[in-house]
Design a protein around this ligand. Sequence first.
Ligand SMILES: O=P(O)(O)OC[C@H]1O[C@H](OP(=O)(O)OP(=O)(O)O)[C@H](O)[C@@H]1O
Ligand SMILES: Nc1ncnc2[nH]cnc12
Length: 253
Amino acid sequence: MSSTAASQSADTPAHSANPVNTTTPLAQPLKRESTSEHPPRDQPDPTLESNRNASKGGLSAARPSAAAELASLEIKLKSSLRQFPDFPEPGILFEDILPIFADPEAHEGLLRALELSVEKTGWGKPDVVVGLDARGFLFGPSLALRLGASFVPVRKRGKLPGPCETAEYQKEYGSDFFQMQADAVKQGQKVLVVDDIIATGGSASAAGSLVTKLGGTVVGYLFILELDFLKGRDKLNAPVYTLLTGQEEKVGQ
Ligand SMILES: O=P(O)(O)OC[C@H]1O[C@H](OP(=O)(O)OP(=O)(O)O)[C@H](O)[C@@H]1O
Ligand SMILES: Nc1ncnc2[nH]cnc12
């Protein structure tokens, strides 16, 4: 397994300085080798220093059994992912999260792990869970229900009726536009942004900028998987927590 660091992300400007809602032409999508180092499948991901930074207190001290439950769920979730090389374009190792949702036990495990993660971080109960089009819609509403929060979608451009805010962004493969309805988040609401994967961080950064434009405060970003070698979290201006990190090549079928 080879490890590949994406050197461009080290120079990425901070989220707050990144004008994601302009129509300025964007740089070419990132091309790279498709694998990186990863922990063995039968061991939990080593807790990232940055995940530790996201957490105020932690489950281990407060509820050791919850910390063990979360670690065990993370191992199971990792085994549910599968990878497709060269999709949607050459050089991209695509991480397919859909097997999680095909298996009710894994699906339940995901929701429980996300719930425990919110507890672990100590970010507090959000008013709103914002999920990103499209894979953030697979679990964002269920998590919102469990947390007693509203769910609000960020959609690709042209799908939402009424007045909208728009942000352009670049992701691991290509560029796109995100929109939110202008009244979707109220002034001062605490917002948790969720998505399946953070790669370059372009999508999540654009979503965060839309929340801020609407008057909300992003209390944290929560992902199932982080392609950490792309350093996407450096683009985000709020704490980040991810259940799994790294990329492992295992050809899907
Ligand atoms: O960190 P980034 O480099 O921005 O990449 C991450 C984003 O890319 C994928 O979505 P995609 O745009 O492919 O849309 P989909 O969910 O509709 O497939 C993924 O679900 C994240 O939203
Ligand atoms: N490698 C990848 N696999 C799946 N979704 C992605 N979104 C951005 N990069 C991705």
